[in-house]
Ligand binder design. Structure first.
Ligand code: DAH
Length: 337
């Protein structure tokens, strides 16, 4: 019996000294308890008189081993903590991980700036639907079916009378139908045309403006555009109106701004002319007013429409419209404030 106890003591103490984890120590303890039970079960084979003395020996043995387990547990816990500290050590001199904050897209920046400039002149924002009826996009804008001006815009039709709007001008009709003059709205949004090259994209953004009231003239349009040009570009930017044609305006004008690159002397950007075309505009055609129930003998108005990408490209010197849609962060980062 005694030999068995000594053998178990030796075995347990040796193993304990080699155990370096709490888990290992626990497993060793279970193993020891099982072995001890085995020894104790041998008690029944002893003669009665020997049993108390043997019981005492076993108890002392058990107690001394348990104390050793407790002492070892403290050591092992400390070892484990040290290992954990070493593996989780943070080098506070290392540079931190930096997360880039998002920023507004240049198209959004220009759109917001346009809204800022025009709301300063009293314009309110109206956003129409991107899927339009043929009526709002064309017919009510004095462009009935078979009108040659329909060829100016290569349209994506969804059904016979349903299309992706080709121009934010459709918003003019929606506003005039529901509001009575005085009207002063700005209508920004996406438009769609089957068009794709360095300066055209099948989806792009426009900003429409419409003013209807008594006594509105082309001079009001010119004055307002001059203010827009000074604020959007430089204080010396000039505006020039050239006769043009749009079915929904009469007279119609094409609006040029003096070239911001050369100040009007002539350079590559303005193709030597000193002027850059930026938008279409005109006095609202009386047929359009009539289509919306506005009396053209009482009210007049002007309208204008510009491409937001075009303004962004001029303002930031971007020469390919695709860069505005590829969302390459190396490009976009340049517009962070
Ligand atoms: N809708 C025209 C276009 O997309 C731009 C335009 C021209 C809008 C004249 C107008 C306007 O409001 O009066 O080409």
């Amino acid at each position: 019996m005694k030999e068995k106890i000594e053998a178990l003591r030796l075995e347990t103490e040796t193993a304990m000294a080699q155990t370096e984890t709490g888990r290992g120590l626990y497993e060793l303890k279970v193993k020891f308890q099982t072995a001890l039970k085995g020894i104790m079960s041998g008690m029944k084979d002893l003669v009665k008189e020997d049993r108390p003395a043997f019981g005492k020996i076993v108890n002392e043995f058990k107690q001394s081993i348990e104390e050793k387990f407790e002492a070892r547990a403290l050591v092992v816990r400390e070892m484990e903590m040290q290992k954990k500290y070493a593996s989780e050590r943070v080098d506070i001199t290392m540079p931190g991980k930096s997360y880039k904050a998002g920023a507004l897209h240049p198209i959004t920046l220009v759109k917001n700036e346009l809204i800022d400039i025009f709301s300063g002149m009293g314009f309110k924002v109206f956003e129409g639907p991107e899927i339009e009826t043929d009526y709002y996009n064309f017919t009510a804008l004095n462009t009935p079916k078979d009108h040659p001006a329909r060829d100016m815009q290569d349209t994506f039709y969804l059904a016979e009378n349903l299309l992706l709007r080709t121009q934010t001008s459709a918003g003019q009709i929606r506003v005039m139908e529901k509001d009575t003059p005085p009207i002063k709205i700005l209508s920004p949004g996406r438009v769609f045309r089957s068009d794709d090259d360095a300066t055209h994209s099948p989806m792009f953004h426009q900003m429409e403006g419409l003013v209807v009231d008594k006594g509105i003239t082309l001079c009001d349009l010119q004055g307002m555009l001059a203010e827009f040009a000074r604020k959007m570009f430089t204080s010396s930017t000039k505006v020039r109106l050239r006769p043009s044609y749009f079915p929904f305006t009469e007279p119609s004008v094409e609006v040029d701004l003096s070239c911001s690159e050369c100040g009007g002397k002539g350079c590559r950007l303005c193709k030597g002319t000193g002027w850059i075309e930026v938008l279409g505009a005109g006095m609202v055609n009386r047929h359009v007013l009539e289509n919306c129930g506005v009396d053209p003998d009482v009210y007049t108005g002007f309208a204008f429409g510009m491409g937001i990408e075009r303004i962004a490209m001029l303002k930031y010197g971007i020469n390919n419209i695709k860069t505005l849609f590829e969302n390459d962060t190396r490009f976009l980062e340049q517009f962070e404030d």
